[in-house]
Design a protein around this ligand. Structure first.
Ligand code: NAD
Length: 499
């Protein structure tokens, strides 16, 4: 173990003072590589004070200047991509190529934020009354915060912070305590790009830091991504303290495979979407709903050899397709759910448990698993597994497949694979899911659209980044103006109308 990482407050890295710390693991080795200080309420308060002091001047800068800072941030992230991917891989476990992909998806939000002068343009109406004009503007909220999960240590902070900052807010990030090193690199890049001291801060920690954020009277809004139980808690606690909250939660994403689907395309799609990042994606496909036994048999016949042949190893090896799970707790949970699926009577046609890799015996590695004949009553169907485990459900027809998607408690993403335009259109229109793919397995919207689920996959009113990101991080003001040279109506005691 080499070092301890701390917070970033007031434009510099500071060591923690709470005396509480957590271990950070390299999941491929199953060993502690460094530690992270956990912030106390007083340390969170220091970040809030620094943010409060710095935010008004930052908000007063013309949006074009803030956009130029985002352009510089984009260049810095691009120039340091290789190095940043290594930071993500070491603490998360995903492959270097996947880490780069995730940083790129975050970088695209930076690119979107470069257009902030246009995005903050309001509306104008001439002559809303005789000689009276009306215009609207979007103004920053003040100090806002983001709380992020372990599975995307770079992408999700980059979904939030550039939007918040470009809109003129000061932003405090509380990253996952499992892979927090990227956050400090990001803080340095923001500073180098021209973000003033105090406008971007990082407080490391656990529940104590989160509660300090949720109850701080000077934090106006909280953006959260993580598990549903945490998301629900964050939403209710934040709202009870009069904050604007968006809390994105867990998922169980179904992919319907219709009898007319291109089976080769569907198989490729499942391989990447179910086993990429070892299934630790909120948009992973964890349920394949095969319409008809023939489709199920065909799909399994194609999938089995490919899942068996997955190249599994440390994410730093460029040949590897699937790295380890991120942590021991999750590793135990996924193994436990596989045991439970067997007990519940699902057919475990491929068992990824018990994988041991030479030289990495303590790493959190699993092979890919497939369950066949999974039914909606089973825990492995109900729960988000968040590991490399695919459940195949056999549905008699399209209607029952679509009903299953709609009846599941989660509503993040879904996909349909078909050549039938009517079925695809019907599914896109009627599914109770926030993001739908048609022959696209992971329909994560691009940065200029917005990301978010329905049902228990999102608490709050706003989706993330894109136009919704601007709405979340700003408040609307509408000005109605009349000049003294205009027509005088005298004192009016009734509500003004055009009557
Ligand atoms: P998590 O909920 O355990 O942790 C997320 C954040 O909340 C972390 O910063 C953590 O420190 C904090 N936290 C955890 N427990 C807390 C508690 N009891 N009180 C206060 N704060 C707490 O989630 P995770 O394990 O880091 O991430 C995996 C989950 O995130 C999965 O469920 C996944 O689906 C979900 N996720 C969702 C999306 C989405 O966009 N909907 C995206 C990525 C991940």
């Amino acid at each position: 173990m080499s070092d301890v990482i701390g917070h970033y407050i007031g434009g510099r890295q500071v060591a923690g003072t709470s005396g509480r710390r957590g271990d950070i693991y390299n999941p491929a080795l199953g060993e502690v590589v460094r530690q992270v200080d956990f912030a106390s309420q007083a340390e969170v308060r220091q970040a809030v004070e620094a943010a409060k002091a710095a935010q008004p001047d930052w908000a007063a800068q013309p949006p074009l200047r803030r956009a130029r800072v985002m352009f510089r941030l984009k260049q810095l992230l691009e120039a340091n991509m290789d190095d940043l991917a290594k930071v993500v891989t070491e603490e998360h476990g995903k492959t270097i190529a996947d880490a780069k992909g995730s940083i790129t998806r975050g970088l695209e939000v930076v690119e979107f934020a470069c257009g902030i002068p246009h995005l903050l343009k309001g509306e104008f109406s001439e002559d809303v009354g005789t000689g009276v004009d009306s215009f609207s503007m979007r103004q920053p909220l003040g100090v806002v915060a983001g709380i992020t999960p372990f599975n995307f240590p770079a992408m999700i902070p980059l979904w939030m912070a550039p939007m918040a900052l470009a809109c003129g807010n000061a932003f405090i990030l509380k990253p996952s305590e499992k892979d927090p090193s990227f956050s400090l690199r990001l803080a340095e890049f923001f500073a180098e790009a021209g973000v003033p001291d105090g406008v971007f801060s990082v407080v490391q920690g656990d529940k104590e830091a989160v509660n300090a954020i949720l109850t701080d009277p000077d934090i106006q809004a909280v953006s959260f991504v993580g598990a549903t139980a945490t998301a629900e808690y964050i939403y209710h606690t934040g709202c009870a303290h009069n904050k604007r909250v968006q809390a994105l939660g867990g998922a169980k994403n179904h992919m319907i495979v219709m009898p007319d689907a291109d089976m080769e395309q569907a198989t490729d799609a499942i391989m990447g979407a179910a086993y990429g990042s070892a299934g630790e994606r909120c948009m992973a496909i964890s349920v394949a709903v095969a319409v008809g036994d023939e489709v199920a048999d065909n799909l399994l016949e194609r999938l089995m050899p490919r899942v068996r042949g997955l190249k599994i190893g440390p994410g730093s090896d460029p040949e590897v397709e699937m790295g380890p799970l991120n942590n021991r707790q999750l590793f135990d949970k996924v193994n436990g759910l596989i045991d439970q699926g067997v007990k519940e009577g699902a057919d475990l046609v491929l068992d990824g448990r018990g994988l041991s890799l030479q030289g990495y015996e303590k790493g959190y590695f699993m092979g890919g698993s497939i369950f066949d004949r999974v039914t909606p009553e089973m825990e492995i169907y109900k729960q988000e597994i968040f590991g490399p485990v695919l459940s195949v459900v056999r549905a008699p027809d399209y209607a029952s497949a679509a009903r299953m998607v709609n009846e599941h408690e989660y509503g993040n993403g879904t996909a349909i694979f078909t050549r039938d335009g009517d079925a695809a259109r019907h599914f896109a229109s009627t599914s109770k899911i926030g993001m739908v793919g048609v022959n696209v397995p992971i329909p994560v919207p691009m940065a200029f659209h917005s990301f978010g689920g329905w049902k228990r996959s999102l608490f709050g009113d706003h989706h993330m980044h894109g136009p919704e990101g601007v709405r979340f991080f700003t408040k609307l003001k509408t000005v109605t103006a009349r000049w003294p040279t205009g027509i005088r109506a005298g004192a009016e005691f009734t509500i003004p109308t055009h009557g």
